[in-house]
Design a protein around this ligand. Structure first.
Ligand SMILES: Nc1ncnc2c1ncn2[C@@H]1O[C@H](COP(=O)(O)OP(=O)(O)OP(=O)(O)O)[C@@H](O)[C@H]1O
Ligand SMILES: [Mg+2]
Length: 495
């Protein structure tokens, strides 16, 4: 203990020594100055009293506490109740041991404890804020919706993982970079959404609720999203905005699938109705047609000496027979029959169609150019049905150029690789707008005036081609006009 007394006497900080029972037995010069009690054996009772008075609780109590618990180090902040303006004192007490036994304890006082005390909650606060911040950032990062925070000048401050996944841009490419908003959002869209946020139509002012808008991905593709956003204010001043973006692509895809399924149902319904209607109409029409053919043949015999009339009557008979065939096909269509299949020359079949339709007045101002592949093998199909398709496509092409006149280009070919026959009918009319390219194949869809079109031609054509395992599509030719492509499968020679 003597050693300690010697060591601590001139130490710059106030130091107290206690015996194993926690009783103060020594205090150094700075402690003398602090308490105003000189170190003397006689003053021991006095120093404890003054300390207890000044420090509350008394020093010996703290020493005893430390010694009883044998803590390596205990610290207390001691207020100065008599003079609250003075700094509180922090005392750190450590037991002195020899061979594992406490021989006393020493306590060192730090007089700048107020700063430490003040610094303590500050540090704790900082840690807390840091912990809350990191928790919030983690929450933002792992949210399935895209979250973006930007300042009032459109500079991105936060761009979470879902935003990265949705747009393909990394946070590092957009956060804090002036003008980066344009990459994935677009100034115009951002401005429109900000003004919608300030208005009242999309929720309370300063907020935007489930607003449908678009983002852009790295390839420039538009991403439909639902945006909920709010203006951020600090002390009443606008400092930025936060937006939560939900990707609507899956929802849109599902809606589109649903819409298509509904359309198919309606189509199936229409086709069924058409089937019922056509079978009843076909029966009714078949008889008068037979009558026309019969009477025309009688007249042919009567006018045998007048070759011109005989030729005209032959035309009447041929056309009527074609009508009968169409009626029969309508019946077949309603019965979903694929008709009579046999091998035939596709080019020849097309020429026969042209022979029938070209004399019509609607072809007056129209030039027809054929580019037939002469090496085409025979196709196995229902010739009458395929001819019905050709006729409808050629008539449609002519109708699209009814006012202006124009050209029809017909090509036949074979893709030997895929084993399909290709028939293309292209016109120089106005073409088919992109949004109508599927619609025109629906039953009863027509843009022709009432009485001129039933809107059945293409839907029946598609059914026929489908029944043959082929496809019929339309696109616009780069030079203008519609281009219908019919693909028919089939091995040559009817295999
Ligand atoms: N070559 C074409 N160019 C532009 N539009 C076309 C062409 N072919 C078809 N269409 C459009 O598709 C619609 C449907 O054609 P579809 O053949 O099914 O019926 P339609 O010709 O109107 O009547 P119909 O039952 O008498 O054939 C047409 O009304 C027209 O608007
Ligand atoms: Mg038509």
């Amino acid at each position: 203990m003597e050693n300690f007394i010697h060591l601590f006497r001139h130490h710059p900080d106030p130091i107290f020594l206690s015996d194993p029972a926690g009783r103060i037995i020594f205090w150094n010069i700075p402690a003398e100055e602090m308490l105003g009690v000189t170190y003397q054996e006689d003053n021991i009772a006095m120093v404890e009293k003054v300390a207890a008075h000044r420090f509350h609780p008394s020093l010996d109590l703290l020493f005893r506490e430390s010694l009883e618990n044998m803590r390596s180090q205990s610290s207390w902040i001691l207020p100065l109740p008599l003079d609250p303006c003075l700094s509180p004192i922090k005392i750190t007490i450590m037991p002195i041991t020899q061979a594992g036994k406490a021989t006393g304890a020493w306590g060192v006082c730090h007089v700048n404890a107020r700063e430490e005390e003040e610094a303590q909650p500050q540090n704790t606060g900082d840690n807390l804020i840091r912990r809350i911040n990191s928790f919030l950032l983690n929450t933002i990062e792992s949210t399935v919706n895209g979250i973006m925070v930007m300042d009032t000048r459109g500079k991105v401050l936060i761009f979470n993982k879902s935003m990265e996944n949705m747009t393909g841009f990394q946070a590092g490419e957009v956060v804090g970079i002036p003008g980066a908003l344009e990459l994935f959002y677009g100034w115009e869209t951002a401005k429109a959404n900000m003004s919608a946020m300030r208005g009242e139509e999309n929720g309370p002012p300063g907020r935007l609720v489930m607003h449908h808008t678009t983002l852009k991905d790295r390839q420039g593709n538009k991403i439909p999203v639902s945006l909920s956003a709010a203006i951020i204010k600090e002390g009443g001043v606008e400092t930025g905005s936060v937006g939560v973006f939900s990707d609507l692509r899956d929802t849109k895809r599902m809606e589109e699938d649903l819409r298509q399924a509904q359309e198919r149902l309606v189509e199936a319904d229409k086709a069924a109705a058409l089937g019922r209607l056509s079978s009843s109409v076909a029966h009714e029409i078949n008889n008068p047609l037979s009558g026309i053919v019969m009477f025309a043949e009688i007249m042919q015999k009567r006018l045998a000496g007048d070759p011109e009339s005989v030729a005209d009557l032959k035309e009447i008979i041929d056309q009527t027979l074609r009508c009968k065939s169409i009626v029969r096909n309508l019946l077949d269509f309603s019965r979903k029959s694929s008709g009579d299949w046999a091998g035939f020359d596709l080019n020849m079949a097309f020429r026969q169609c042209l022979d029938i339709v070209l004399p019509q007045s609607r072809f007056q101002n129209i030039e027809v150019h054929c580019s037939f592949d002469d090496n085409l093998p025979d196709i196995v199909a229902d010739r009458v049905q395929i001819q019905q398709v050709f006729i409808n496509l050629v008539l449609n092409a002519a109708d699209s150029m009814a006012r202006s006149g124009g050209e029809i280009h017909i090509t036949t070919s074979r893709d030997t690789g895929r084993g399909v026959f290709l028939i293309q009918i292209r016109d120089t009319g106005p073409g088919v707008p992109e949004h109508e390219r599927e619609k025109i194949f629906e039953s009863f869809y027509t843009t022709k005036p009432v009485g001129y079109g039933t809107g059945l031609g293409l839907s029946i054509s598609r059914e026929i081609i489908k029944a043959h395992g082929g496809s019929i599509t339309v696109e616009n030719h780069p030079c203008g006009g519609a281009m219908f492509t019919v693909e028919l499968p089939g091995k040559p020679g009817g295999a």
